[in-house]
Design a protein around this ligand. Structure first.
Ligand code: GLY
Length: 568
């Protein structure tokens, strides 16, 4: 494959040579991060260069965007164990070449033995570690069921999609500095929360250039390759998961695993100034909140006010305050709670919600009623657009970084700690200072509320963008800002994701901003009465744009991590 460096972008020109790539051409010991690429046929962008390369190889081998999404997720489970997974869950949103939108929900569910107050002590106080650390924190993993539910839209046999992941697990791959830092940071947790030694722990600290080999994970992936969902939810892997539960006071049973089902849902689709935004419905709050946010700002002259002018930021912050208050009050698993969807997304309701917005003066969360929800920021997103007119956005998660930090012994994969996304105790703030309500309380088989917002933008029923991000409660506001940057301020995909971000989530009543947020803008917001706090990076957004005029795909990985694009 020959690369031409052109205006800082990488353009793959030799399609036929690309198509002949084999798994061995993955080069797991020698790869580079590509932040921005411009290609003609198909593009993949994800949190890790090797995973993006796997997805691009599948496209080059004749697979469509769904094939590539399956293969990329499996590769992420190997090369990005902090959030890529087979022991967690996720959401896939797609636009197919036949014009249909799809949404696949493979969110974890609470085990049959779960109950409302299971993380409270005898005095009724939350015991945070119980919903965060070890096997009791895990929901029933959904990812493997989700991959197989996605297969009905794929073209290639599953074995072809999983073989690169098996190769990477079996042969190992060279880790980056960020990978090394993550593994070193969680060494103590891996030791404390596992009764058997895991491959993530070694005596001396990990460093960039070390090789991570995962033989047990390769074995589990091979069982899935050969037996399908039964290779994970039944037999040896299921028995190993239940044995892990028994060692660590977990409650997932063999029956729970056997019963797990991914669900197809109706994608959220709404109009914003002639664009159709397609995104994830409940049990993600992402789609409905994004629809509320876009609806609340639609009637204001954002493009005239300009990017991150005090007026634009204030409007967006006040919309965020109101959407997050509604989220807390009303949203939960739609199979368990009745959610007034039509009302919450009605244009008249959204306009009325902004009636008490006063330009130049901070609102107050004391006056904007409702409650919020618990969430971690470690999740991962991938976007894909293929040559046939299909586009996919997938966000998938273990919840915390490395999830519960418990590895299933002999099976080599990490269990999620997604149970912490439930309201452990309605009305009581969790470790992130967030409050939850009854709509998202724990019940057997229920899905915990999520913020994951895999999103597509269509123009005249053709895909224009695929995007999404990790970031817990900041996911929705990151996707919102990226869309506004692109659609209102006309930014390139790279600028749309990389410009400094801000976030308001109703409670706490403050505007959180990234380290590189301009001081002059902070002062303007403080002058209006806002409390502004600096925090770390917000999200790691991936984006692909299919430029309608040239048909080129511009794919960009976020500057905030090892995020990388690949394509041909
Ligand atoms: N665990 C993050 C989310 O689902 O939103």
């Amino acid at each position: 494959m020959r690369y031409l460096i052109l205006l800082g972008m990488t353009v793959c020109t030799l399609h036929t040579a690309c198509a002949q790539q084999k798994i061995n051409d993955l080069h797991p010991y020698d790869y580079t991060i590509e932040k921005d690429i411009k290609v003609l046929h198909g593009a993949v962008v994800s949190a890790h260069p090797l995973a993006s390369r796997v997805g691009a190889m599948i496209l080059q081998q004749g697979g469509n965007a769904v094939d590539a999404a399956i293969a990329t997720q499996l590769a992420l489970a190997v090369v990005y164990p902090g959030a890529g997974n087979i022991g967690g869950g996720g959401f896939l949103v797609g636009h197919l070449k036949n014009g249909r939108n799809i949404a696949i929900d493979y969110r974890e569910t609470a085990p049959a033995k779960a109950y409302r107050d299971m993380y409270l002590d005898s005095a009724g106080n939350p015991v945070t570690q119980l919903s965060l650390d070890g096997p009791l924190a895990a929901g029933i993993p959904g990812t493997v069921a989700g991959l197989f539910a996605s297969m009905k839209y794929a073209k290639l046999p599953f074995v072809k999609l999983i073989d690169p992941a098996i190769f990477l697990a079996e042969k190992g791959f060279v880790i980056t500095a960020a990978d090394a830092e993550g593994l070193n940071t969680y060494k103590g947790d891996f030791e404390k929360l596992n009764t058997t030694k895991t491959v993530f722990v070694k005596n001396e600290p990990w460093k960039a250039g070390d090789t991570l080999v995962q033989k047990e994970l390769a074995h589990t992936l091979t069982l899935i390759r050969n037996k399908g969902t039964a290779g994970f939810y039944q037999g040896e892997t299921a028995a190993n998961m239940v044995a892990e539960m028994n060692r660590g006071k977990g409650i997932i049973s063999l029956q729970d695993l056997k019963n797990y089902k991914a669900r197809e849902r109706n994608a959220v689709a709404f109009n914003y100034k002639g664009y159709t935004i397609v995104t994830m419905p409940l049990p993600s709050s992402g789609g409905i909140c994004l629809q509320q946010l876009m609806g609340m700002v639609e009637n204001y002259p954002l493009s005239q006010w300009g990017f991150q002018s005090p007026q634009s930021i204030q409007l967006m912050v006040e919309a965020e305050r109101r959407a997050y208050a509604d989220r807390a009050q009303f949203l939960g698993d739609p199979d368990f709670v009745k959610v007034p969807m039509a009302k919450l997304t009605d244009k008249k309701y959204l306009a009325a919600r902004m009636q008490d917005f006063t330009p130049g003066k901070a609102g107050s969360s004391d006056h904007t009623k409702a409650g919020v929800f618990p969430e971690s920021e470690e999740t991962t997103h991938l976007s894909i657009i293929d040559d046939e007119g299909n586009a996919i956005a997938v966000t998938t998660t273990l919840n915390g970084h490395f999830g519960s930090r418990t590895v299933v012994a002999k099976s080599g994969f990490l269990l999620n700690n997604e149970m912490d996304d439930f309201s452990v105790k309605p009305g009581v703030p969790n470790m992130y200072g967030l409050v939850g309500t009854e709509a998202n309380s724990i019940a057997p088989h229920k899905r915990m509320l999520s913020s994951m917002t895999p999103t597509l933008v269509l123009q005249q029923n053709q895909v224009l963008y695929s995007l999404g991000t990790p970031g817990g409660s900041t996911i929705i506001t990151s996707v919102f800002q990226t869309l506004i940057n692109a659609l209102e301020f006309g930014m390139s995909p790279s600028d749309a994701i990389n410009k400094p971000k801000f976030h308001h989530q109703w409670l706490p009543d403050q505007v959180a901003v990234e380290p590189d947020f301009p001081d002059s803008t902070i002062q303007s917001l403080e002058g209006m009465g806002y409390k502004v706090v600096k925090r770390g990076y917000i999200g790691r957004t991936e984006i692909i744009k299919r430029a309608p005029e040239s048909r080129y795909l511009e794919a960009s990985g976020d500057k905030r991590g090892d995020d990388s694009a690949a394509g041909y």
